[in-house]
Design a protein around this ligand. Structure first.
Ligand SMILES: C[S@@+](CC[C@H](N)C(=O)[O-])C[C@H]1O[C@@H](n2cnc3c(N)ncnc32)[C@H](O)[C@@H]1O
Length: 380
């Protein structure tokens, strides 16, 4: 039997949360990482990707609401839920956690209650979601999640972690971490993981939740030295767009000025761009928004052509434009090139656009989750 702690991975997608959990190196006395012993997702493409990359991990393909506690093996140390974020995303309709897909959180929570009833509750629960969870439903969704965890006997805290601290991608995400018993805490919020918007959300929580709240402490990583250019395919091996001029013409004056400055430098400058619909003078217009800060924009699920990210390369006074590839998206999530991606570019981009960045989970594991489990085992 493994002496490593075990995890159930809900809403597992391509299994990136589990990859980060298993890579956490700070486990004491030669023990490293946390093993996923059960995973679940309802999407067929994600199920195929999970199985292709984690053949030894028991995987249940189906709706979380169709699972029963009896389907879950043993007693997990940790349960991870990357529940769907569309309904709480700032970019979405914001129906809240009770609505449609994000309501799946409660399908997960029902299982946590079932485990508790059988004395099999995990010591640690992590909910990963978009930052919009802090404010959706005027803060009621965040309060409901934290209240459920508090009532189940956990200390609760949250961290806002941006993948840009580890990877060349701007990707802020919320991690709500519930821990039973003694755990490392800070008494006051500290940047960068306790952002002003998280502190504001905490202040809106009910008193009972604030009493069980912890400002979890996490080491800040050293300065990132990887930029966007470092994860791109060689220029000669990708397809450049022939209609680049018409797409670049969508840039607003501000973004056009950025582009012109990059071209005028005469140096190689690599940027990332998205098409977005903006309202200008009361009229909706398509705009191309370009950044040259060494980061890709947050990867998104490609629901339509406009949500696929572009790569802009300026070199020796020339500009070239192309689509970001699925493999590049995987690298932007901290996934190594031996990970098997779906053959279709749109499937690969969807898989990665929905996922959690591996080094972020790894940092959370090393800095907080593994030490908390260590404390629990030492106390047992
Ligand atoms: C934000 S993604 C999480 C991706 C994952 N963390 C990863 O790294 O790839 C949410 C996932 O929840 C799955 N999902 C949505 N509703 C579900 C439900 N009711 N039951 C099971 N899985 C569901 C989706 O298919 C999607 O893969």
């Amino acid at each position: 039997m493994s002496i490593r702690p075990s995890a159930y991975e809900f809403f597992a997608g391509g299994g990136l949360a589990g990859m980060g959990l298993s890579q956490g190196q700070s486990w004491g006395r030669g023990r490293t990482g946390i093993d996923t012993v059960f995973a679940n997702d309802m999407d067929g493409m994600k199920a195929a990707a999970f199985r292709a990359n984690h053949a030894d991990t028991p995987f249940h393909h189906g709706d979380v609401w169709a699972l029963n506690v009896g389907d879950l093996p043993g007693r997990p140390d940790l349960c991870w839920a990357s529940s769907p974020c569309q309904d709480v995303s700032l970019a979405g309709a914001r129906g809240g956690l009770e609505a449609g897909r994000s309501g799946a959180f409660w399908g997960f929570w029902r299982l946590m209650q079932g485990l508790q009833a059988e004395n099999r509750a995990p010591s640690v629960i992590v909910l990963e979601n978009v930052i919009g969870l802090l404010t959706s439903g005027q803060g009621r969704d965040f309060a409901a999640v934290c209240t459920a965890m508090t009532e189940a006997g956990y200390r609760v805290g949250a961290l806002e972690m941006d993948a840009a601290l580890w990877l060349p991608q701007s990707r802020p995400r919320l991690f709500v971490v519930a821990i039973k018993g003694e755990a490392p805490v800070t008494s006051t919020p500290a940047a960068p993981f306790h952002s002003p918007r998280l502190i504001a959300a905490y202040e809106r929580l009910p008193q009972t939740v604030r009493q069980a709240w912890a400002w979890w402490s996490l080491p800040v990583p050293p300065h990132r030295n990887l930029d966007l250019d470092a994860v791109l395919e060689p220029d000669a091996e990708v397809n450049w767009l022939e209609d680049a001029d018409s797409i670049l013409a969508l840039a607003s004056p501000l973004h056009r000025a950025r582009l012109d400055a990059a071209v005028a430098s005469g140096q190689r400058r690599v940027g990332a761009a998205y098409r977005r619909v903006r309202t200008e003078n009361g009229v909706k217009v398509q705009r191309l928004e370009i950044r040259f800060d060494g980061l890709a924009g947050c990867l998104r699920t490609p629901a339509g052509g406009s949500s696929r990210q572009y790569v802009v390369v300026c070199d020796q006074g020339q500009v070239r434009l192309r689509r970001l590839t699925g493999r590049e998206a995987a690298r932007l999530m901290g996934v190594s090139d031996d990970y098997q991606l779906p053959k279709s570019q749109s499937a690969a981009l969807k898989l990665m656009g929905d996922a959690v960045a591996v080094p972020v989970v790894r940092a959370l594991t090393e800095g907080l989750l593994a030490p908390a489990l260590n404390n629990r085992r030492a106390a047992a």
